[in-house]
Design a binder for this molecule. Structure first.
Ligand code: NAI
Ligand code: CS2
Length: 497
């Protein structure tokens, strides 16, 4: 440990020391920015409020070892910068004990998932982390290596194979735990409709494909009797940390924190109260336990996330780097309000005591906070994974109600033009289906463009591209009529203003 690096044993004067967990009670898959600014914060604050320090977190990151290399030298400690419109504050979090990178430490993760002291698994692996096909089923090709490893584990092979996917890691960990029968709760915190049921279906598909015969009976019996998959709604705007933010906080703290994360002041966590065994007292930190998460989840995914995506795509096209700049652009603000209050809000049943109009205005005010630095490009990522959960339900319900939602049409036109422009420029899009998207766009390439893909700004072929992109399997509801696609195509000029 060096004196200028944040560490459990090197906490700056004048700031509350972080919690020192006495055991690992939680394994978190997908320790990225959001987990560190949300669930880990709730866990820290619950430990402070109750004195129960048995809820240490073993974070797991599968795509790269970066977060492990940021936190391990700091003893797992990091800071959260809360960036509000009027004020900001810094809080040290000690609930993360360590971070494991399965490419090098699968055996350790499997052992921790099987340990009787572990009672909860949480996940923030992004929508694409669930390895779903467009029809929502598990992409067995994507997890084939892990299913083979599951069979190898069942045969008692001593050399533990590295896990390649989150679903693979989880099904192997639960199979290892099945023998003891120790109950465990698997709590997804990703932005998906009915997220707990989605995860349970995928996990059971992996178990059935991996161990179809009697050798899978113990695992299936364990899943039936001792494992629950509650749903949850999570909310806090947490953008990717920038080097400037790290430098700013290093100057304020007097020590460097490579694991810094930044969030807005608002945070909410609504959890289905369906736990197989012990859990942290997250309600002591402000979480809500309820029997039915659906109304909260629908309101948040449709009003916040659906508006976020519309602002991100139309903002990026208009040259706005941040969500805050985009949502204060009068044209975008007007279309965001159209989507939020005219398209989405009428499809919702308000959760107890929530004024949906006030909630909507609060969302727009949160987006306008310039201090988080949330970029349009970040929110624009993974559109094929987000659009079905954010606009799909609004579109289906509006159509069933005899309405063609103009805000959704505008958002879809902006997404399609975003894909088209990014593909034609050669920059491409951050999306697990990027190849499919590129194949569609270049299928209508316009000769004579500088890069051979047709001119980036040109609108020749735009309408064909939009219809082809929207026709991709699993993107829009089956019930979507041609007349709505015409409405989307009619917005091409508006998104290219
Ligand atoms: P991040 O990029 O900082 O972290 C993503 C994590 O997911 C990383 O640990 C990465 O290794 C893992 N991951 C990504 N793709 C994966 C794959 N294919 N298989 C297995 N693991 C994979 O992102 P961040 O900000 O932590 O957000 C993660 C998720 O949390 C979001 O996708 C969303 O579902 C949820 N969330 C995020 C919020 C935010 O404002 N950032 C707010 C509310 C929910
Ligand atoms: C955003 C979400 O990146 C995105 O897609 O819409 O991460 C959003 O910031 C959170 O859901 C807010 O709770």
């Amino acid at each position: 440990m060096t004196d200028d690096r944040l560490h459990r044993d090197n906490v700056p004067v004048g700031i509350d020391a972080p919690v020192m967990p006495t055991a690992v009670g939680i394994v978190h898959l997908g320790i990225g920015a959001f987990h560190r600014a949300h669930q880990a914060v709730y866990t820290e604050r619950a430990a402070i409020a109750t004195g129960d320090t048995s809820w240490g977190i073993l974070g797991v990151t599968q795509r790269s070892a970066t977060v492990r290399d940021q936190l391990r030298p700091q003893g797992g400690v990091y800071a959260v910068l809360t960036a509000g419109e009027q004020e900001s504050s810094v809080e040290l979090i000690g609930s993360v004990v360590d971070v494991a990178y399965p490419a090098e430490e699968t055996e350790r993760v499997l052992a921790t998932l099987a340990a009787p002291t572990t009672h909860v698994v949480t996940l923030t692996i992004t929508e694409k982390g669930y390895a779903r096909r467009p029809d929502g089923s598990l992409d067995l090709d994507a997890v084939a290596g892990d299913l083979e490893a599951l069979r190898a584990d069942a045969r008692g092979e001593t050399s533990v194979r590295a896990a390649g996917s989150a679903i693979g890691l989880l099904v192997r960990g639960l199979a290892a735990r099945a023998a003891s029968g120790a109950p465990i709760t698997v709590l997804t915190c990703d932005n998906m409709v009915d997220n707990g049921r989605v995860l349970e279906r995928l996990l059971r598909q992996a178990a059935d494909a991996g161990l179809p015969g009697t050798e899978g009976d113990t695992l299936r019996g364990f899943l039936d009797a001792r494992v629950t998959f509650p749903c949850s709604m999570v909310d806090r705007i947490v953008p990717a940390t920038t080097p400037e933010q790290r430098d700013h906080v290093a100057q304020a703290l007097g020590v460097r924190d490579e694991g810094l994360v930044v969030g807005e002041p608002f945070a909410q966590w609504v959890i289905e109260d369906r736990f197989a065994g012990p859990r942290p007292a997250w309600e002591a930190a402000g979480a809500t336990l309820t029997k039915d998460v659906a109304p909260f989840e629908q309101a948040k995914l449709r009003l916040l996330n659906g508006t976020h995506s519309l602002v991100a795509y139309s903002g990026w096209l208009a040259g706005h780097a941040t969500i805050a700049a985009a949502v204060t652009d009068p044209v975008i603000a007007q279309r965001a309000r159209q989507y939020l209050f005219e398209d989405a809000l009428p499809t919702l049943t308000a959760p107890d005591g929530l004024d949906l109009h006030q909630y909507g205005e609060q969302i727009l005010a949160r987006f306008a906070n310039p201090h988080t630095g949330h970029t349009t490009a970040q929110v624009a990522m993974d559109g094929t994974q987000k659009i079905p959960f954010r606009w799909g339900g609004v579109l289906a319900d509006a159509l069933a109600d005899g309405r063609e939602p103009a805000g959704v049409a505008f958002g879809l036109a902006a997404w399609a033009e975003f894909v088209r422009r990014r593909t034609r420029s050669g920059e491409g899009v951050d999306d697990p289906r990027a190849e499919e998207l590129a194949a569609v766009v270049t299928a209508f390439e316009v000769p004579g463009g500088a890069d051979g893909l047709g001119d980036v700004e040109g609108l020749a072929g735009a309408e064909e591209d939009v219809r082809a992109l929207l026709g991709l399997p699993g993107l829009l509801p089956e019930s979507t009529p041609e007349s709505f696609l015409d409405a989307v195509a009619a917005e091409i000029g508006a998104v290219n203003r």
